[in-house]
Design a protein around this ligand. Structure first.
Ligand SMILES: [Zn+2]
Length: 294
Protein backbone atom coordinates (compact mmCIF):
# COMPACT_ATOMS: atom_id res chain seq x y z
CA UNK A 1 0.00 0.00 0.00
CA UNK A 2 2.64 2.48 1.06
CA UNK A 3 4.85 1.77 -1.93
CA UNK A 4 1.91 2.06 -4.28
CA UNK A 5 0.87 5.41 -2.83
CA UNK A 6 4.46 6.66 -3.02
CA UNK A 7 4.54 5.79 -6.71
CA UNK A 8 1.26 7.62 -7.27
CA UNK A 9 2.59 10.73 -5.56
CA UNK A 10 5.75 10.64 -7.63
CA UNK A 11 3.65 10.58 -10.80
CA UNK A 12 1.48 13.36 -9.46
CA UNK A 13 4.34 15.71 -8.68
CA UNK A 14 5.84 14.96 -12.09
CA UNK A 15 2.59 16.12 -13.66
CA UNK A 16 2.80 19.33 -11.66
CA UNK A 17 6.38 19.79 -12.80
CA UNK A 18 5.49 19.16 -16.42
CA UNK A 19 2.37 21.27 -16.79
CA UNK A 20 2.52 23.78 -13.95
CA UNK A 21 6.21 24.61 -13.64
CA UNK A 22 6.87 23.21 -10.16
CA UNK A 23 10.54 22.94 -9.24
CA UNK A 24 12.56 21.91 -6.21
CA UNK A 25 12.71 23.08 -3.55
CA UNK A 26 8.92 22.95 -3.39
CA UNK A 27 7.38 25.80 -1.41
CA UNK A 28 4.87 24.31 1.00
CA UNK A 29 2.47 26.61 2.80
CA UNK A 30 1.40 24.99 6.07
CA UNK A 31 -1.43 26.06 8.33
CA UNK A 32 -1.55 26.07 12.14
CA UNK A 33 -3.57 22.88 12.53
CA UNK A 34 -1.26 20.90 10.29
CA UNK A 35 1.79 21.96 12.28
CA UNK A 36 -0.05 21.16 15.47
CA UNK A 37 -1.16 17.75 14.23
CA UNK A 38 2.34 16.91 13.06
CA UNK A 39 3.56 17.60 16.59
CA UNK A 40 0.76 15.56 18.13
CA UNK A 41 1.54 12.57 15.94
CA UNK A 42 5.27 13.18 16.51
CA UNK A 43 5.86 13.35 12.79
CA UNK A 44 8.95 14.91 11.31
CA UNK A 45 7.12 17.40 9.13
CA UNK A 46 10.05 18.25 6.87
CA UNK A 47 10.94 14.60 6.27
CA UNK A 48 7.31 13.59 5.73
CA UNK A 49 6.76 16.32 3.16
CA UNK A 50 9.95 15.46 1.31
CA UNK A 51 9.03 11.79 1.27
CA UNK A 52 5.56 12.59 -0.03
CA UNK A 53 6.72 15.05 -2.68
CA UNK A 54 9.86 13.13 -3.68
CA UNK A 55 12.03 16.21 -3.45
CA UNK A 56 13.46 19.03 -1.39
CA UNK A 57 10.91 21.14 0.41
CA UNK A 58 10.86 24.66 1.81
CA UNK A 59 8.18 24.99 4.47
CA UNK A 60 6.53 28.38 4.75
CA UNK A 61 3.95 29.77 7.13
CA UNK A 62 1.98 32.99 6.90
CA UNK A 63 1.80 35.62 9.61
CA UNK A 64 -1.88 34.81 10.15
CA UNK A 65 -1.21 31.08 10.60
CA UNK A 66 1.50 31.81 13.16
CA UNK A 67 -1.02 33.94 15.02
CA UNK A 68 -3.47 31.05 14.96
CA UNK A 69 -0.85 28.96 16.74
CA UNK A 70 -0.27 31.63 19.37
CA UNK A 71 -4.00 31.97 19.93
CA UNK A 72 -4.21 28.26 20.78
CA UNK A 73 -1.72 28.72 23.59
CA UNK A 74 -3.84 26.82 26.10
CA UNK A 75 -3.90 23.61 24.10
CA UNK A 76 -1.47 20.84 25.05
CA UNK A 77 1.70 20.56 23.01
CA UNK A 78 1.15 23.91 21.29
CA UNK A 79 4.45 25.34 22.49
CA UNK A 80 6.40 22.71 20.62
CA UNK A 81 4.31 23.43 17.55
CA UNK A 82 5.05 27.15 17.89
CA UNK A 83 8.75 26.47 18.27
CA UNK A 84 8.64 24.32 15.16
CA UNK A 85 6.70 26.93 13.21
CA UNK A 86 9.27 29.56 14.11
CA UNK A 87 11.86 27.60 12.16
CA UNK A 88 9.83 27.88 8.95
CA UNK A 89 10.22 30.69 6.51
CA UNK A 90 7.68 33.39 7.25
CA UNK A 91 5.47 34.25 4.29
CA UNK A 92 4.42 37.86 4.57
CA UNK A 93 0.75 37.90 3.74
CA UNK A 94 0.33 41.61 4.46
CA UNK A 95 -2.32 40.99 7.14
CA UNK A 96 -0.44 42.84 9.85
CA UNK A 97 -1.75 43.01 13.45
CA UNK A 98 -1.89 46.80 13.10
CA UNK A 99 -4.44 46.52 10.32
CA UNK A 100 -6.18 43.32 11.43
CA UNK A 101 -6.96 43.07 15.16
CA UNK A 102 -7.68 39.38 14.63
CA UNK A 103 -5.80 37.09 12.31
CA UNK A 104 -7.60 36.29 9.09
CA UNK A 105 -9.07 32.82 8.73
CA UNK A 106 -6.81 30.27 7.06
CA UNK A 107 -9.10 30.38 4.03
CA UNK A 108 -9.00 34.17 3.70
CA UNK A 109 -5.27 34.37 4.27
CA UNK A 110 -4.12 31.49 2.06
CA UNK A 111 -6.51 32.24 -0.79
CA UNK A 112 -5.04 35.75 -0.86
CA UNK A 113 -1.47 34.47 -0.72
CA UNK A 114 -1.89 31.78 -3.38
CA UNK A 115 -4.20 33.55 -5.82
CA UNK A 116 -3.65 37.18 -5.00
CA UNK A 117 -5.53 38.58 -7.96
CA UNK A 118 -8.36 36.05 -7.89
CA UNK A 119 -7.61 34.76 -11.37
CA UNK A 120 -7.64 31.11 -10.38
CA UNK A 121 -3.87 30.89 -10.81
CA UNK A 122 -1.17 29.65 -8.45
CA UNK A 123 1.37 32.15 -9.67
CA UNK A 124 4.08 31.43 -7.08
CA UNK A 125 3.59 27.66 -7.31
CA UNK A 126 2.77 26.95 -3.71
CA UNK A 127 1.89 23.56 -2.39
CA UNK A 128 -0.79 23.97 0.26
CA UNK A 129 -0.70 21.69 3.30
CA UNK A 130 -3.79 22.30 5.37
CA UNK A 131 -6.13 20.44 7.70
CA UNK A 132 -8.94 22.84 6.80
CA UNK A 133 -11.35 21.23 4.36
CA UNK A 134 -12.83 24.55 3.25
CA UNK A 135 -9.35 25.69 2.24
CA UNK A 136 -8.74 22.53 0.25
CA UNK A 137 -12.16 22.86 -1.39
CA UNK A 138 -11.30 26.41 -2.45
CA UNK A 139 -7.82 25.50 -3.65
CA UNK A 140 -9.28 22.85 -5.94
CA UNK A 141 -10.83 25.67 -7.95
CA UNK A 142 -7.44 27.32 -8.43
CA UNK A 143 -5.48 25.61 -11.17
CA UNK A 144 -2.20 23.92 -10.24
CA UNK A 145 -2.33 23.75 -6.45
CA UNK A 146 -1.03 20.46 -5.00
CA UNK A 147 -2.88 19.75 -1.74
CA UNK A 148 -1.60 17.87 1.28
CA UNK A 149 -3.13 16.99 4.62
CA UNK A 150 -2.47 14.66 7.53
CA UNK A 151 -4.91 11.88 8.28
CA UNK A 152 -4.10 9.90 11.46
CA UNK A 153 -0.37 10.40 11.22
CA UNK A 154 -0.40 9.57 7.49
CA UNK A 155 0.43 12.33 5.06
CA UNK A 156 -1.92 12.38 2.09
CA UNK A 157 -1.53 14.18 -1.22
CA UNK A 158 -4.85 14.79 -2.94
CA UNK A 159 -5.33 13.62 -6.50
CA UNK A 160 -5.27 16.42 -9.05
CA UNK A 161 -8.37 18.58 -9.03
CA UNK A 162 -10.51 18.75 -12.15
CA UNK A 163 -9.56 22.38 -12.72
CA UNK A 164 -5.87 21.50 -12.56
CA UNK A 165 -6.23 18.40 -14.72
CA UNK A 166 -8.03 20.37 -17.42
CA UNK A 167 -5.23 22.91 -17.58
CA UNK A 168 -2.72 20.07 -17.87
CA UNK A 169 -4.69 18.42 -20.63
CA UNK A 170 -5.08 21.61 -22.65
CA UNK A 171 -1.39 22.39 -22.17
CA UNK A 172 -0.55 18.93 -23.43
CA UNK A 173 -2.78 19.38 -26.46
CA UNK A 174 -1.25 22.77 -27.23
CA UNK A 175 2.23 21.28 -26.94
CA UNK A 176 1.26 18.40 -29.20
CA UNK A 177 -0.14 20.80 -31.78
CA UNK A 178 2.95 23.01 -31.75
CA UNK A 179 5.17 19.98 -32.19
CA UNK A 180 3.05 18.85 -35.12
CA UNK A 181 3.39 22.29 -36.65
CA UNK A 182 7.14 22.21 -36.23
CA UNK A 183 7.40 18.75 -37.75
CA UNK A 184 5.12 19.20 -40.72
CA UNK A 185 5.70 22.91 -40.56
CA UNK A 186 5.57 25.13 -43.55
CA UNK A 187 5.16 22.36 -46.08
CA UNK A 188 1.80 21.48 -44.69
CA UNK A 189 0.77 25.10 -44.61
CA UNK A 190 1.66 25.54 -48.26
CA UNK A 191 -0.28 22.43 -49.15
CA UNK A 192 -3.33 23.73 -47.35
CA UNK A 193 -3.14 27.07 -49.08
CA UNK A 194 -2.74 25.45 -52.48
CA UNK A 195 -5.53 23.08 -51.69
CA UNK A 196 -7.86 25.99 -51.06
CA UNK A 197 -6.91 27.59 -54.36
CA UNK A 198 -7.44 24.33 -56.18
CA UNK A 199 -10.86 23.96 -54.72
CA UNK A 200 -11.74 27.38 -56.03
CA UNK A 201 -10.33 26.35 -59.39
CA UNK A 202 -12.44 23.19 -59.40
CA UNK A 203 -15.65 25.13 -59.33
CA UNK A 204 -14.50 27.16 -62.34
CA UNK A 205 -14.31 24.28 -64.77
CA UNK A 206 -14.11 20.55 -65.25
CA UNK A 207 -10.73 20.74 -67.00
CA UNK A 208 -9.11 22.44 -64.05
CA UNK A 209 -10.37 19.86 -61.56
CA UNK A 210 -8.96 17.05 -63.71
CA UNK A 211 -5.50 18.61 -63.57
CA UNK A 212 -5.73 18.97 -59.84
CA UNK A 213 -6.46 15.28 -59.45
CA UNK A 214 -3.28 14.39 -61.32
CA UNK A 215 -1.25 16.89 -59.35
CA UNK A 216 -2.23 15.32 -56.04
CA UNK A 217 -0.83 11.92 -56.98
CA UNK A 218 2.71 13.10 -57.83
CA UNK A 219 4.63 15.11 -55.29
CA UNK A 220 7.57 16.43 -57.31
CA UNK A 221 5.53 17.62 -60.26
CA UNK A 222 3.08 19.03 -57.82
CA UNK A 223 5.06 22.12 -56.93
CA UNK A 224 5.68 23.12 -60.54
CA UNK A 225 2.11 22.54 -61.55
CA UNK A 226 0.94 24.47 -58.56
CA UNK A 227 2.98 27.49 -59.52
CA UNK A 228 1.19 27.48 -62.85
CA UNK A 229 -2.11 26.85 -61.20
CA UNK A 230 -1.53 29.60 -58.70
CA UNK A 231 -1.44 32.04 -61.60
CA UNK A 232 -4.60 30.39 -62.86
CA UNK A 233 -6.02 30.31 -59.38
CA UNK A 234 -5.51 34.03 -58.88
CA UNK A 235 -7.89 34.58 -61.74
CA UNK A 236 -10.20 31.98 -60.25
CA UNK A 237 -11.58 33.83 -57.23
CA UNK A 238 -12.61 36.89 -59.23
CA UNK A 239 -14.69 34.94 -61.78
CA UNK A 240 -16.18 33.09 -58.83
CA UNK A 241 -17.37 36.26 -57.22
CA UNK A 242 -18.80 37.31 -60.57
CA UNK A 243 -20.42 33.93 -60.95
CA UNK A 244 -22.56 34.22 -57.86
CA UNK A 245 -24.10 37.43 -59.10
CA UNK A 246 -24.74 35.94 -62.53
CA UNK A 247 -26.30 32.74 -61.30
CA UNK A 248 -29.87 34.09 -61.31
CA UNK A 249 -29.49 35.60 -64.82
CA UNK A 250 -27.24 33.10 -66.67
CA UNK A 251 -27.53 29.31 -66.65
CA UNK A 252 -24.74 26.87 -65.63
CA UNK A 253 -24.10 25.78 -69.22
CA UNK A 254 -21.54 28.58 -69.75
CA UNK A 255 -19.57 27.66 -66.61
CA UNK A 256 -17.24 25.30 -68.54
CA UNK A 257 -14.97 28.09 -69.79
CA UNK A 258 -14.00 31.15 -67.83
CA UNK A 259 -13.31 33.22 -70.94
CA UNK A 260 -16.95 33.16 -72.02
CA UNK A 261 -18.16 34.84 -68.84
CA UNK A 262 -16.76 38.34 -69.34
CA UNK A 263 -18.30 38.51 -72.81
CA UNK A 264 -21.75 37.74 -71.53
CA UNK A 265 -21.31 40.34 -68.82
CA UNK A 266 -20.28 42.99 -71.35
CA UNK A 267 -23.14 42.12 -73.66
CA UNK A 268 -25.61 42.48 -70.85
CA UNK A 269 -24.22 45.86 -69.92
CA UNK A 270 -24.36 47.13 -73.50
CA UNK A 271 -27.90 45.92 -73.96
CA UNK A 272 -29.03 47.66 -70.82
CA UNK A 273 -27.39 50.91 -71.88
CA UNK A 274 -28.90 50.73 -75.35
CA UNK A 275 -32.35 50.07 -73.94
CA UNK A 276 -32.08 53.12 -71.74
CA UNK A 277 -30.95 55.29 -74.66
CA UNK A 278 -33.72 54.02 -76.91
CA UNK A 279 -36.33 54.59 -74.25
CA UNK A 280 -35.01 57.99 -73.28
CA UNK A 281 -34.74 59.46 -76.80
CA UNK A 282 -38.26 58.75 -77.98
CA UNK A 283 -39.69 59.79 -74.62
CA UNK A 284 -37.92 63.15 -74.74
CA UNK A 285 -38.75 63.64 -78.37
CA UNK A 286 -42.38 62.55 -78.02
CA UNK A 287 -43.23 64.56 -74.96
CA UNK A 288 -42.45 68.01 -76.39
CA UNK A 289 -44.05 67.03 -79.65
CA UNK A 290 -47.19 65.95 -77.88
CA UNK A 291 -47.17 69.13 -75.85
CA UNK A 292 -46.74 71.21 -79.02
CA UNK A 293 -49.61 69.38 -80.71
CA UNK A 294 -51.82 69.87 -77.69
ZN1 LIG B 1 -2.51 36.47 6.41
Amino acid sequence: MRAKRSKQYKKLIQQYQLHHGFREPYQVLVDADLVHDAERFTMDLQASLERTLHGKVKIMITQCCIRHLYSKNKEPGINRAIDLAKTFERRRCGHRPDDFAEALSTLDCLSHVVDEKGRGENKHRYIVATQDQSVRRYMRTVSGVPLIYINRSVMIMEPMSETTAQVGASAERAKFRSELRKAAGEKRKRDDEDGDNNEDGDSDGDDASGDNGDGKTTKDDKTEEKKKKKAFGVKGPNPLSMKKKKKPTTTTTTSGTGSAKPKTGDDGAHKKKRIRKHKAQPADGAAPAAAAEA
